[in-house]
Design a protein around this ligand. Structure first.
Ligand SMILES: C[S@@+](CC[C@H](N)C(=O)[O-])C[C@H]1O[C@@H](n2cnc3c(N)ncnc32)[C@H](O)[C@@H]1O
Length: 206
């Protein structure tokens, strides 16, 4: 009973949400698109000619933003567990980023051209068990960091969603070891009550 009430309240809040309405008006697939728009604008992350890898891409808001900013020059390679409707300028790989054969497919798609930017908005299905949700989300962030350290251009950038909690400080330390500068970003479209935060590693060390 309580649960039904809560999801009704969530739905009401979601439908009335400014960014949900804006996304509908402007043709973005998710309100999350506005998070990347704000961060990319502030930190000059996207521009024509780049290769961008978008991890946890479905339904495709971030990929839309990246493809728009590339303006037909460059490549966006998007990956998700879930299916994603096709987008112009975006190559999509469906699979679990934690599986070796999916990672191999992504590396094959990249070929000899390393990405200049990796963005990861991956988050696990929330079970409601805080400790295990936090652990699973940190694990995804760690996988994305490992991939970035291996694949990014020297000087490349990495944007990743993390949740503040257990494992956060250690992860931040690993980011600092890998990048010249690490900043935190909490874009307006990220709900204030959510512990999600974005870490941006700028200038991968050579
Ligand atoms: C918050 S959504 C991403 C929203 C997206 N950035 C957008 O703008 O539309 C998180 C995504 O992470 C994906 N995900 C979670 N675990 C994953 C994994 N192991 N491999 C690939 N994708 C994963 C989920 O399927 C989900 O679509």
């Amino acid at each position: 009973m309580k649960r039904a009430k809560t999801s009704k309240a969530w739905m009401k809040e979601h439908v009335n949400d400014f960014f949900v309405q804006q996304a509908r008006k402007e043709g973005y697939r998710s309100r999350a698109a506005y998070k990347l728009i704000e961060i990319a604008r502030r930190d000059h992350l996207l521009g024509p000619g780049m290769t961008v890898v978008d991890l946890g891409a479905a339904p495709g808001g971030w990929s839309q933003v990246a493809a728009e900013k590339l303006g037909g020059k460059g490549r966006v390679i998007a990956l998700d567990l879930l299916e994603m409707a096709p987008l112009a300028g975006v190559t999509f790989i469906r699979g679990d980023f934690g599986e070796a054969h999916v990672l191999a497919e992504l590396k094959k798609e990249l070929g000899k051209y390393p990405p200049g930017l990796v963005i990861s908005d991956m988050s696990p299905n929330i079970s409601g068990i805080g400790v295990s949700d936090q652990a699973r989300s940190m694990y995804l962030a760690e996988l994305a960091l490992e991939f970035s350290m291996e694949q990014l251009n020297s000087g490349g950038n990495f944007l990743v969603k993390v949740f503040q909690g257990s494992g956060f400080e250690g992860f931040l330390g690993a980011m600092r070891a890998g990048f010249g500068r690490v900043v935190t970003r909490k874009p307006e479209a990220s709900r204030g009550r959510s512990s999600e935060i974005y870490l941006l590693g700028l200038g991968k060390r050579g």
